[in-house]
Design a binder for this molecule. Structure first.
Ligand code: SPV
Ligand code: MG
Length: 672
């Protein structure tokens, strides 16, 4: 497709403004002339071939166009009798460059906004811009419309007419008809046929098929005199001060994003909101690049005017702060979890007169592959291992849920709850000794050997990407523990928690009902030191778990141990309690934090389960582990199903409590 720009006219109504150059070189803003704006917009839209008719100041115009250095190939054709003919004759002069092609035809004094050109270019049919919101102009073009088609164009039509602007897209067939008629006119020998509007020739063509494209109240106006210039310049100032807002969570910019950015920036100055790491984690996955790097990435994309942080999935804060004229988004959020976010956006926009613009979401297989690759990377040991530390540093408080099999791992990995316009999911997985043993029908007494426990880790790792916290029981003999550390680290586990017990370990929730012995401070410190020495990377964490409150040894003992274990190298401290009342956990946190504001604190609120994560966070806790809930909820459900079958001697009654068969076969995604 070629653009045809008509610049042969004298522009005498502009007065002194056209005394040294053609009208199209009139400045309409501090940075642009009518022509530079037209050419830049055409180049931005991907047009490469331009035919420009010239007349007065021909050489000034040619060197001006060249000085713009736009990626356009411009063919200049001078109408030698520009002062005695109309543009119909200029088109005739350029006919050899205009055959057998579709054209975008515009007068050289026409100023229009980006979206007008976008709509013209996107039109599947030949079209002419009209405006149903403007009053019929006395002297300018009007188009007579019938049957949804432009029938006639001229200044003399008032019936069934709308204001029209000389900006056309003409498909090859329609253009060839018009061009042929222009040639006939200009070769007729009748001077009147070279001084009339080219539209005279168009009006004679019965078989043309041109639809009106209504620009409504968008800018699309000719500049004929200084008054027009003042009006259009003011409109442009308003248009150019418009802002557009888009939010991005991505850490990989692909062509789909670039295409969307290109479209968005045509609406105004583009403000990009970069979603915080925490918000990205909440509904998607751990970002490959942290916020600061993602922000820098967008700051360096052409066409992005400003980059700001968006702290949550909700746009409200930023929309209220920046009041953008437009919000641009893919149409994929009209349904699903993002619908509430979209609803909020539309209501905030409505409150100040902003507008939502949605473009079709780019569903390209290669983008999904990129995402799959990123997820696959996240599961690799060296990438997964360090993410626990990063998540704690980033979020302050993280949560983990137990997993003891591939399936429970998938639940921990994929469960997301959308709430109040935000999303929540677990940050990590806890491989509990209790649940791993229970799944094997064994007591939680370090009976399930390490090889078997590693097998569980492996099953979970194969289908997940989230960081893993491993319940290392007592850690065993120090001589064995160093090997455990190396193996876990190599596998990609992020943290092992070992408890300060010795001898036959029993589950802490038995408390003092069973005989349990606490390790001496010095022995346990020795184990921690040996473990820290054995690890190869800085990522891996050893957490010391203090059983003093469980074994009723008092707060003083718990604190003494906490500081000793920390000084021996423990990367985190877990304090445990089997009381329902959280008072002793809170007291420990307060006393510990009074002396240590850095070392992460871990809790397992199985007994003190009324405390919310927000309350833990306020008390300086960093990791909350939900240690056994999937096992404890799954087991009674299975037992109930078994009882139903035994009761009814068949499976029908049991079906009501079962997942449908069609769902279970789809439960495991193929792409993990
Ligand atoms: C586990 O889940 O195995 C634990 C936590 O060690 S607790 O059961 O509370 O001791
Ligand atoms: Mg345990």
């Amino acid at each position: 497709m070629k653009a045809l720009i008509l610049n042969s006219g004298l522009g005498s109504r502009m007065g002194v403004l056209t005394s040294e150059h053609p009208k199209c070189m009139t400045e309409i803003s501090a940075r642009e002339t009518i022509l530079s704006r037209q050419l830049r917009m055409l180049a931005d839209a991907g047009i490469t071939d331009v035919v420009m008719t010239t007349g007065a100041f021909d050489s000034v115009l040619v060197s001006y166009c060249n000085s713009l250095e736009l990626p356009l190939h411009i063919t200049f054709v001078k109408n030698p009798v520009y002062d005695r003919t109309n543009y119909i004759y200029s088109i005739y002069c350029a006919r050899e460059y205009l055959r057998d092609t579709a054209v975008i035809l515009m007068h050289g004094d026409l100023v229009f906004e980006n979206t007008v050109l976008d709509d013209v270019l996107a039109s599947a049919q030949s079209c002419m811009t009209v405006s149903t919101s403007l009053e019929l102009p006395e002297k300018d073009f009007k188009a007579v419309i019938a049957d949804g088609r432009v029938q006639k164009v001229g200044i003399e039509f008032f019936n069934d007419a709308v204001a029209a602007q000389p900006l056309y897209k003409l498909l090859e067939a329609d253009w060839n008809l018009w061009l042929a008629r222009i040639i006939t006119y200009c070769e007729s020998g009748d001077a009147a046929k070279t001084t009339c509007y080219a539209e005279h020739a168009l009006n004679e063509i019965a078989e043309k098929d041109i639809v009106p494209l209504d620009v409504a109240d968008r800018l699309c106006a000719e500049i004929d005199n200084p008054a027009d210039l003042a009006v259009v310049s003011a409109r442009l100032r308003e248009i150019e001060s418009r802002t557009v807002y888009m939010c991005f969570s991505t850490d990989m910019i692909h062509s789909g994003h670039i295409a969307l950015i290109k479209k968005a920036k045509r609406l105004g100055r583009l403000i990009v909101g970069v979603l915080s790491d925490e918000a990205v984690c909440s509904y998607k996955r751990f970002p490959l690049l942290p916020f600061a790097e993602r922000k820098a990435m967008f700051e360096n994309i052409a066409g992005v005017w400003k980059v700001v942080a968006q702290k949550s999935l909700s746009y409200r804060e930023n929309l209220e702060a920046y009041q953008p004229d437009y919000v641009v988004h893919g149409d994929d959020w009209q349904t699903g979890f993002q619908k509430v976010i979209r609803d909020e956006v539309t209501s905030v926009l409505a409150s100040y007169g902003g507008q939502l613009v949605e473009y079709p979401y780019a569903k390209d297989k290669k983008y999904q592959e990129l995402e799959n690759r990123a997820r696959a990377d996240m599961s690799m040991p060296h990438i997964r291992r360090g993410r626990l530390r990063k998540a704690i540093a980033m979020k302050g408080l993280i949560t983990a849920i137990e997993a003891h099999s591939g399936l429970t791992g998938l639940i921990a990995e994929k469960t997301v709850v959308f709430q109040d316009g935000g999303a929540r999911q677990f940050d990590a997985m806890w491989i509990s000794s209790l649940c791993d043993s229970t799944a094997k029908g064994k007591p939680d007494i370090e009976l399930v050997d390490m090889t078997s426990r590693y097998r569980t880790i492996d099953d979970i790792m194969e289908v997940t990407t989230k960081p893993i916290i491993f319940d290392g029981d007592t850690g065993g003999l120090t001589e064995h523990f160093v090997y455990t550390v190396r193996t876990l680290e190599r596998m990609g586990v992020s943290m092992v928690i070992i408890e300060d017990k010795t001898g036959l370990k029993k589950n802490s929730l038995f408390g003092t009902e069973v005989a349990q012995t606490q390790a001496s401070v010095s022995d346990f410190c020795e184990k921690i030191r040996a473990g820290k020495k054995a690890q190869k990377t800085a990522d891996f964490m050893i957490c010391a778990r203090i059983e003093s409150l469980i074994l009723e040894q008092g707060m003083e003992d718990a604190l003494t141990r906490a500081f000793a274990f920390r000084d021996a190298g423990a990367d985190a401290i877990m304090i445990h309690s089997r009381r329902q009342d959280p008072a002793e956990i809170f007291a420990f946190a307060e006393l510990f934090r009074a002396q240590d504001t850095e070392t992460p604190l871990v809790v397992v609120p199985t007994s003190f389960n009324t405390v919310t994560e927000e309350e833990f966070r306020a008390r300086g806790v960093n990791v909350v582990i939900y240690a056994n809930q999937l096992t404890r909820s799954g087991f009674p459900a299975m037992q109930h199903a078994a009882e139903l079958i035994l009761t009814y001697h068949r499976a029908r009654e049991c079906d009501a409590v079962c997942m449908p068969f069609k769902d279970i076969i789809r439960l495991i995604p193929e792409d993990i």
